[in-house]
Design a binder for this molecule. Structure first.
Ligand SMILES: [Zn+2]
Length: 278
């Protein structure tokens, strides 16, 4: 029997990403604050469709917006790790990265009663220490890499990439990589960001983006009997009204095409059983 899994994932950053980039004037902060409105809308939609999702939630959001995070837990969703302060690990020392990892996991434990099983790095940039630290702290999966699409794979330690030399793969670890892609992330499609040196135009028509996202699922159905497709969204991005309508439409069409909606933890456990055995 073919089986095609969809993980709806929400990076519940609120203001953390703006603060991490030094954007602490009132308007960028309010942009992150809108994530609280977006989260309420998303939770209502998921409840109506009886879908459990995964919320990658920074410790910052848990400690700043406790009630909003409790509502996610009460909705039956998975709370996964997304750092404390939304600083990309590639910019941190091993000590700083581990301290942030522990601090955020403590916040998750206080919220849910258990540590996180899954991790997604801020801005999807791992350090050379991240995989090792995740294994040390008991994680079963990461969702930050782009080396596959429909099939999870084993995250590696010690890849060697040196200019002018052939690439060398490092050792596979026990950590399950649940791959992602910027093409399946709402942020680059929708968010208008202007900095001193760059402009990210965003602001694409929401239904056109959802058409592409559905096509990705249809290609998975066509090309593999079993697979997992992960969509990444941010409540302050997807939570705008016209995008919510488009998301509702996408979920309806995915369901009509036979999508099985799961949390990422459950999907990772199914991948473990199916791909590598108990
Ligand atoms: Zn984030």
């Amino acid at each position: 029997m073919p089986r095609h899994i969809v993980c709806l994932t929400f990076d519940f950053d609120t203001q953390s990403g703006f603060i991490a980039r030094g954007m602490t004037t009132p308007t960028p902060l309010s942009r992150g604050e809108f994530g609280l409105t977006g989260a309420r809308r998303i939770l209502a939609l998921l409840a109506e469709r009886r879908i459990r999702a995964t919320w990658f939630t920074p410790g910052f959001t848990i400690e700043s917006h406790r009630q909003a995070c409790e509502a996610v837990v009460e909705g039956g969703h998975e709370i996964a790790h997304h750092s404390w302060a939304h600083i990309p690990p590639a910019n941190q020392s091993r000590e700083d990265e581990e301290a942030d990892l522990v601090r955020a996991n403590d916040a998750i434990r206080r919220l849910t009663g258990r540590p996180a099983r899954g991790y997604r790095s801020p801005s999807w940039d791992l350090s050379e220490n991240t995989i090792d630290l995740l294994i040390k702290h008991g994680f079963i999966y990461d969702s930050s890499l782009m080396g596959a699409d429909y099939w999870p794979y084993r995250a590696r330690c010690g890849d060697v990439a040196v200019l002018g030399q052939p690439f060398r793969f490092g050792e596979e670890t026990s950590l399950i990589e649940m791959p992602i892609s910027w093409s399946l992330d709402d942020f680059p499609h929708f968010e208008f960001v202007r900095t001193a040196t760059t402009v990210l135009p965003g602001l694409q028509p929401a239904r056109a983006v959802m058409d592409s996202w559905l096509d990705e699922f249809l290609y998975m159905k066509k090309s593999v009997d079993w697979g997992i497709l992960t969509y990444t969204m941010h409540p302050y991005v997807i939570g705008r009204g016209y995008r919510m309508l488009a998301l509702e439409g996408l979920i309806t069409r995915l369901a009509n095409e036979g999508a099985v909606f799961m949390t990422m933890e459950d999907a990772a456990r199914e991948a473990q059983q199916r791909m590598w055995g108990p």
